[in-house]
Design a protein around this ligand. Structure first.
Ligand code: NDP
Length: 257
């Protein structure tokens, strides 16, 4: 049983999850489906869109498609799919993200900077903007943005990524302040070291460094996508109703050290 199944019931709720084809987003979309929600999932590639679609082959409670989340069209299409297919939108999980290339800032191409900001931050702005009205009408509506520990401290050789995650934190707080009175709750989670494709190369090619990261985690292990699911779902329930604008670390204690 997944963490989602154990404690939550989203029957009758409609959720939109970006980056739902793999990793953390896939685990969140799966848990939302398992707990009764209807789900729209967006991935970048057809392959990932198909992988997600396999969770509900008949497509009764799931729409999965491929698009670049940094495009206005993708945001409009995804929100439109929720409204057309399922009649409402209650939950927006802005999870899609990408790493920056590693290296000193003087050696990086500006296109890498632009792409990382577009995927990690511009997408959140676009999806929040497109979803505002239906989320307000859902009352309460919930937004959970996926930030990173990299939004709390700088990461050497990953300035573009770190800057983008700092922006996610500030966007979250600003929208929370703007939207609390409209019945939309906006929060973020900040995962620590989670085993996904995003860092598979590090774990494969530099196991000593990966182990060193693990040793910095008080809980004594890297996280798994399921570790992020429970906190995200919690932030989409009335139990979290008085929590607005937080960036919740989900990191096995890294920030506490
Ligand atoms: P993965 O690389 O496993 O998955 C990323 C997902 O985002 C994929 O489904 C990918 O689509 C999608 N995506 C990326 N760019 C776009 C785009 N431009 N348009 C549409 N979809 C896109 O990463 P994780 O699951 O690890 O990461 C999820 C989130 O968690 C990210 O925001 C990441 O920054 C954050 N995070 C992850 C940490 C970790 O240790 N893993 C730590 C801290 C934060 P496709 O599958 O089609 O490529």
């Amino acid at each position: 049983m997944s963490p989602g199944e154990a404690a939550f019931d989203f029957t009758g709720r409609v959720a939109l999850v970006t980056g739902a084809g793999r990793g953390i987003g896939h685990a969140i979309a799966q848990a939302l489906l398992e707990t009764g929600a209807e789900v729209v999932g967006v991935s970048r590639t057809d392959e990932s869109a198909r992988r997600l679609a396999q969770l509900d082959p008949e497509g009764e409670r799931l729409v999965s498609f491929a698009a670049d989340v940094a495009s206005e069209q993708a945001a409009e299409e995804a929100v439109g799919a929720a409204l057309t297919r399922f009649g409402r939108l209650d939950i927006l999980i802005n999870n899609a993200g990408q790493r920056s290339k590693r290296g000193p800032i003087s050696e990086l191409d500006i296109s890498d900077w632009d792409e990382v900001q577009a995927t990690n931050v511009r997408s959140m702005y676009l999806f929040c903007r497109a979803a505002e009205r239906p989320l307000r009408e859902a009352g309460p509506g919930y937004v959970v943005n996926v930030g990173s520990l990299a939004g709390f401290f700088g990461i050497g050789y990953a300035a573009a990524y770190s800057a983008s995650k700092g922006a996610v934190a500030q966007l979250t707080k600003s929208l929370a302040a703007d939207w609390a009175s409209s019945g939309i709750q906006v929060n973020a989670v900040a995962p620590g070291y989670i085993e996904t494709d995003m860092n598979a190369d590090l774990r494969r090619d530099d196991p000593d460094r990966a182990r060193a990261f693990g040793e910095r985690i008080p809980l004594g292990r890297w996280g798994r996508p399921d570790d992020v699911v429970g906190p995200v779902l919690f932030l989409c329930t009335p139990a979290a109703g008085y929590i607005h604008g937080v960036v919740l670390p989900v990191d096995g204690g890294v920030l506490a050290r």
